[in-house]
Write a protein that binds this ligand. Structure first.
Ligand code: DON
Length: 307
């Protein structure tokens, strides 16, 4: 039988490949060294089939794409009330590394920006857990979403920690508002480890498919987080996942999504499929240039806009 989806993916990859605009993230030296020409795309269906083209088995760090999954784990571990008390669900309209705290409470506006994600990291695992237990819970949880054991890239983690002044400043602000109630440096260290988990485009498609499949990993059949948690996560991805480009994305592409500064991008279509792309050149919002183009094509070619 003719492999229709891989042929289609290869054709669309070929069309976006000549676009050499944007640069790999430079504020983490290890990421600046990434091969900017890498390009891949994969679809994972809710019944576990993966169709891909290009560099779909090349590992890279998950970065901010960890944020919706860590948010899911925190909601599952602590419940909605305690998490919403510390992190809101409103789009910030600002860059991912802006402080973006509510002026009266110091609560970060949403879990997709760094301020919210650093706070969310402090809320995974049972109340009272220490830094090592949280990192273990994040790694186990991300692995359950992927359906295979994932690892961390210690070099990228160390490289980011050496330059984490801005995230440390944000964490100290959160600590001053009692949004964080423990050592700010330890939370940033754990959050940076979370961002350093290695994934492939294939993994990301499967992680997105787990969200699309109402929290059940299509390979293992495990219910990774409850269905109500997934609804909350996809809603926040829809309104906040692409930072200050979220409005353009939601109107033009219309798929709940999340980007990462290593060049990954995921989208999840409830009941249908998970999509992932990888291309390290980023636009001014920190989103992959060719990844955004690919999603625009997928959405218009296949009528994937959820509205
Ligand atoms: O907090 C940071 O700066 C990074 N570890 C993650 C940022 C990121 O991926 C932003 N997304 N496009």
């Amino acid at each position: 039988m003719r492999p229709i989806i891989p042929d289609y993916l290869a054709e669309v990859l070929g069309q976006v490949e000549p676009d050499a605009s944007g640069e790999p993230a430079s504020y983490i030296p290890e990421l600046a060294a990434a091969d900017p020409e890498r390009l891949g795309a994969a679809f994972a269906t809710v019944d576990g089939q993966v169709h891909g083209a290009g560099d779909i088995d090349v590992p890279f760090t998950i970065q901010s794409i960890s944020k919706p999954f860590a948010y899911a784990l925190a909601l599952a571990d602590r419940g909605f009330g305690p998490v919403l008390a510390k992190v809101g669900v409103e789009p910030s309209g600002e860059a991912f590394n802006e402080i973006s705290l509510e002026s009266s409470t110091g609560r970060p506006l949403n879990p997709m920006i760094n301020a919210g994600a650093i706070t969310v990291h402090s809320l995974v695992a049972e109340a009272g857990s220490g830094p090592a237990e949280r990192v273990r819970r994040v790694l186990d949880g991300l692995s359950a979403f992927a359906g295979r054991r994932l690892e961390m890239d210690e070099k990228v983690c160390a490289s980011e920690m050496e330059h984490a002044h801005r995230n440390l400043a944000i964490a100290h602000m959160l600590r001053s508002h009692d949004i964080l109630t423990e050592d700010a440096g330890a939370v940033v260290d754990g959050y940076t480890r979370q961002c350093s988990v290695l994934v492939t485009t294939r993994d990301l498609a499967m992680m997105a498919a787990t969200l699309a499949n109402h929290g059940v990993n299509p390979l293992s059949g495990d219910q990774v987080v409850p269905e109500g948690v997934v609804r909350q996560v996809l809603s926040v991805m829809f309104s906040c996942g692409m930072y200050d480009a979220a409005g353009d994305w939601t109107t033009q592409v219309g798929i709940p999504a999340k980007s990462g500064v290593a060049g990954g991008l995921i989208g999840a279509l409830p009941g249908r499929l998970g999509i992932a792309t990888f291309s390290p050149r980023l636009d001014s919002h920190g989103n992959s240039v060719r990844g955004v183009s690919l999603f625009e094509r997928f959405s218009s070619d296949m009528g994937l806009h959820v509205m």
